[in-house]
Design a protein around this ligand. Structure first.
Ligand SMILES: [Zn+2]
Ligand SMILES: [Zn+2]
Length: 262
């Protein structure tokens, strides 16, 4: 699979204050798989396509999966744009995402939406996709926020944005899998205990413990690649320092525009 990171930041990046010369800038997190499957149609995806001169980036997207309805991950207008103009994209997510589409788009809501259930596999764009309940929440109290296991041609990837420690029922599925690639969220850096995000996001010390456990339980195939994304602007230092900090853990650090193949 080929992962194309269109954005690698958490929700505290403000595109309005971006300086053109800032090469370390991060857009909101979104990832394109094999140019075909888009994970999280956030508000910055077209900015990425335009600023990098890839105007046809989304031409082959057939399916869009949504992790949760937070504004940095799911933008209704951009989703509509991806699903119109002759493209027949299917959109997959929790019912809360459908409620948001109706709330925001009103009678323009013509998107082909398919609700998903944690633990129930579905097929989209040739991928077998298994949604898992993530450890996260939004203002929609009925929302089931999601991580995904995505498989194709014998390869398996975990996509874990946004989440803290895995929920038990999700861990019971994750621990039986053997991954070729795991994408972790790393909202928090090496923060001191006390940060309020600790129960719904991941820090470097937490990632370290997760990785030890995943390795010990045999969830990562030999050569399994690990990559961290979704970094908060104010909880990390510069890219190079974080990359160095993660190197001994065997974790790569994503940046906007990174292409990652496994
Ligand atoms: Zn987020
Ligand atoms: Zn979130």
């Amino acid at each position: 699979m080929k992962l194309h990171f269109l954005g690698t930041g958490a929700a505290d990046w403000d595109i309005k204050t971006r300086q053109p010369e800032d090469t370390q800038w991060r857009r909101f997190s979104s990832t394109l798989v094999d140019d075909k499957l888009l994970i999280d149609p956030g508000p910055h995806i077209f900015d990425y396509a335009e600023m990098t001169g890839q105007l046809h980036l989304f031409d082959n997207v057939t399916d869009i999966i949504i992790t949760h309805s937070h504004q940095d991950h799911f933008n209704c207008q951009n989703t509509l744009k991806l699903c119109s103009g002759g493209r027949n994209c299917r959109v997959w997510g929790d019912m809360a995402d459908l409620r948001k589409l109706y709330r925001v788009l009103g009678e323009d809501m013509t998107i082909d939406f398919h609700p998903v259930t944690p633990g129930q596999k579905f097929t989209a764009g040739g991928y077998k996709i298994l949604p898992l309940h993530s450890n996260h929440a939004t203002t929609d109290k009925d929302e089931i926020t999601l991580n995904y296991i995505i498989s194709k041609n014998g390869q398996k990837m975990f996509y874990g944005l946004d989440t803290g420690w895995f929920r038990t029922e999700s861990w019971n599925i994750i621990r039986k899998a053997k991954f070729d690639c795991m994408v972790f969220e790393l909202t928090m850096g090496d923060i001191a205990p006390g940060n309020k995000r600790i129960f719904c996001h991941t820090s470097i010390p937490m990632l370290e413990i997760m990785l030890q456990t995943l390795h010990a339980q045999g969830c990562m195939k030999p050569g399994c690649r690990s990559v961290a994304t979704h970094l908060a602007r104010y909880l990390h230092t510069d890219h190079a320092s974080t990359r160095e900090r993660l190197a001994p853990l065997g974790v790569d650090l994503a940046y906007d525009g990174m292409i990652y193949e496994f």
